[in-house]
Design a protein around this ligand. Structure first.
Ligand SMILES: [Zn+2]
Length: 425
């Protein structure tokens, strides 16, 4: 039975390759670059129409103005007793930068030497095209599903705008979720990332002329430069980063992956004043057995101790603001980590489907990057990342995707859907 379905799927995908590539060309032609974002309305409309034509119920709502999410659901014939599936992909693409560095058009698909080129081919319109094409072929190959199939085309991933979180907040769920972001068709979990702002703020503002009185004997002014005090905090963060590198580890990650990057610093108001405020923007990486709540608590506890050893900081406590729902609107983001259970039934089935199509066993490991998969996992949905495209290609000049890889992915996806959504709970 499985072999018979596999043959039908493989034949159809190979024969109709041009249709799949045209679909991808259509998606690439919408310049959904983020940031600046607020430009996905048209492509999301295209996707919603496509899904409706192929008998999906759709829902669409603005996560931000002009950036709507789309969810399409194909109801199974016995959703109560059979497994449901979410396939999640983001429709925004990375910034282009200097277009003149490209040797191919950025938003027009170029087919050359076995690859398709264009912004988003690898990250991740190739995978979204494959998902839509799979949705179309289900009907045409008469593959009936007993469980529900849900396709989420989300916005905002590139700028830490959690379109996926918005789907979860609306109540969209399933028994298993596949985030088809580029993983070179390996099955991945991921570490997490949170950004945060650490602020030092003086209760008083002093003119530059007061500096000698706050530094020297007998000056009698208890003041400080927030910029200079931040140097102690940065040194404290480096201590903690080193301590984590030595003491923390997790299978699948190089030791020391848990970095704390002081990415941006802002502070001071004018050369005629003592800096009364300094803000540090940090990016923190953590392992799948940690949460953003636990790591930020560790950072605050450590830095508060550092601050307690400083006579001025003791009275001008550190302020923290962690995470955020958008790098554009709030200058903050969260990508929860994703633990992955290789023994889980859906993961095993996905591995089998991969091997059946690819003839090689799938590699199971940890992503070197972060995706929206962490949100689905954090919501209690067993989730993995599995998609075509290499990490090096994401965000690159002359971004490209191997066509054979795209075809294999489409076949594996169709085979997996046809099996998982027809497996009893
Ligand atoms: Zn991506």
């Amino acid at each position: 039975m499985k072999k018979e379905i596999e043959n039908r799927i493989s034949k159809a995908v190979d024969e109709r390759k041009e249709e799949l590539l045209q679909l991808l060309a259509d998606l690439v032609s919408f310049p959904t670059v983020s940031p600046p974002a607020r430009n996905t309305g048209e492509v999301q409309n295209y996707i919603a129409n496509f899904l409706e034509v192929h008998q999906f119920e759709t829902d669409s709502w603005d996560v931000f103005p002009k950036d709507p999410n789309v969810v399409g659901i194909k109801r199974g014939t016995d959703g109560l007793h059979y497994h449901s599936l979410i396939i999640n992909g983001h429709i925004d693409v990375a910034e282009v930068g200097d277009e003149s560095a490209w040797t191919v058009p950025v938003f027009k698909l170029t087919n050359k030497d076995g690859f398709v080129f264009g912004r988003g081919t690898s990250d991740m319109k190739g995978a979204v095209a494959a998902t839509l094409f799979a949705a179309k072929l289900l009907k045409e190959l008469n593959i009936e599903l007993k469980g529900d199939l849900q396709i989420q085309s989300v916005i905002g991933e590139e700028a830490g705008e959690a379109g996926t979180l918005s789907c979860l907040e609306k109540g969209y769920t399933a028994d298993f979720a596949l985030v088809v972001d580029g993983s070179n068709r390996q099955i991945h979990g991921q570490g997490g990332v949170i950004t945060g702002w650490i602020t030092i703020k003086s209760k008083e503002v002093f003119h530059d002329a007061m500096r000698m009185k706050m530094l020297h004997a007998g000056g009698l002014i208890k003041g400080a430069s927030a910029i200079e005090k931040m140097m102690k905090i940065i040194a404290g963060l480096q201590d903690l980063e080193r301590h984590w590198a030595v003491t923390k580890q997790y299978p699948g990650f190089a030791p020391g992956t848990t970095t704390i990057n002081p990415a941006v610093i802002e502070g001071g108001r004018h050369a005629a004043f003592i800096a009364d405020e300094c803000r540090l923007w940090v990016t923190v990486h953590f392992y799948p057995n940690e949460t953003y709540e636990s790591v930020t608590a560790e950072i605050e506890e450590h830095l508060n101790q550092v601050a307690m050893s400083d006579l001025w900081l003791r009275e001008n406590p550190l302020q923290y603001r962690w995470g955020g729902k958008s790098m554009i609107e709030e200058r903050g983001e969260i990508f929860p980590a994703l633990k992955m259970d290789a023994e889980q039934a859906a993961v095993q089935l996905l591995a089998e489907c991969h091997q059946q199509i690819d003839k090689n066993p799938v590699i199971i490991g940890m992503s070197k990057s972060v995706t929206d998969a962490g949100w689905l996992g954090a919501a209690g949905i067993p989730t993995v990342i599995y998609g075509p495209g290499k990490l090096e290609e994401a965000h690159s000049v002359d971004e490209k995707l191997n066509i054979e890889e795209l075809l294999s992915f489409t076949k594996t996806l169709l085979l997996f859907i046809s099996q998982w959504c027809n497996t009893k709970k």
